[in-house]
Write a protein of this length. Structure first.
Length: 261
């Protein structure tokens, strides 16, 4: 199984507005502007599943942050609460957890409490899956899918559809396709070639009735599995990643961006 070096996340609001127990927020004084709702935000680049920690920010002074971590089975893997003693609005607040098992994390619920007793929450769904598959072989400098390669794509389409169907309750899933090359040829040529091949495969899946949204990008020779010198013909680096995810995987900085076929 191949993995894109990126953290894949989706967030949904748990509380539509800040709440204080069962009491409504106090009405503003006559002529006063309504107070903005408490907001909880998470820097997705600072969510560390291996290190088991998240970084949270509140739009008002923070009293505490609570988190609840759930596994793919629905079991609660951890519940943690950390006080922050009135940390100023916008302060990075790091919360860690110790899971009760090694089950894969499916959802993290984060609740931020301000110093006046109000709270708001957000849920993170760090779900993604790289789909193992047999690589499509293209002719040199070509992005045309040849007839002998079609059974490979048909098998991949079946697997993608099965996995997506089992995970559909997690949220809106997209298939992300990433093309790669070896180092034979110029950097510019390989980038364009990997992009065209990823687009060709994306278009093939859509044309064969895949119901999921599909996005693609090519990274050329920039992310090899096997590091080589320039102008080295390495078959393992000529590949395409199929990634099912709820949020777009992070791409390298620069001109790379997800595209629709």
């Amino acid at each position: 199984m191949r993995h894109l070096p990126a953290l894949l996340l989706a967030a949904s609001l748990l509380a539509p507005a800040a709440a204080r127990g069962d009491d409504p927020a106090p009405a503003p004084a006559q002529g006063a502007q309504p107070r903005p709702a408490l907001e909880v935000t998470i820097d997705r680049s600072k969510v560390d599943l291996k290190g088991r920690q998240v970084e949270v920010k509140l739009s008002r002074a923070a009293s505490k942050v609570r988190i609840k971590v759930l596994g793919q089975s629905g079991a609660v893997l951890a519940e943690e609460e950390k006080p922050f003693g009135g940390a100023a609005a916008g302060t990075p607040l790091v919360v860690t957890w110790s899971p009760s098992s090694d089950e894969t994390v499916a959802r993290i619920e984060v609740y931020g409490h301000d110093t006046e007793g109000y709270w708001a929450g957000i849920a993170i769904i760090p779900w993604s899956m790289s789909i193992p598959h047999e690589e499509v072989q293209f002719e040199t400098n070509s992005d045309v899918i040849r007839a002998p390669e079609v059974p490979k794509l048909e098998a991949s389409l079946k697997r993608i559809s099965e996995v997506a169907a089992k995970a559909r309750e997690l949220g809106n899933i997209t298939l992300f396709i990433v093309g790669h090359t070896d180092t034979v040829g110029s950097v510019e040529h390989n980038l364009a070639l990997s992009r065209r091949r990823a687009r060709a495969i994306a278009a093939w899946f859509k044309g064969r009735g895949l119901k999921l949204p599909v996005a693609y990008e090519g990274l050329g020779e920039s992310s090899p599995i096997v590091k080589t010198a320039d102008q080295v013909d390495e078959p393992r680096n000529r590949r395409v990643d199929y990634i099912l995810s709820i949020e777009p995987p992070k791409l390298p900085s620069g001109e790379a961006s997800w595209k629709s076929p």
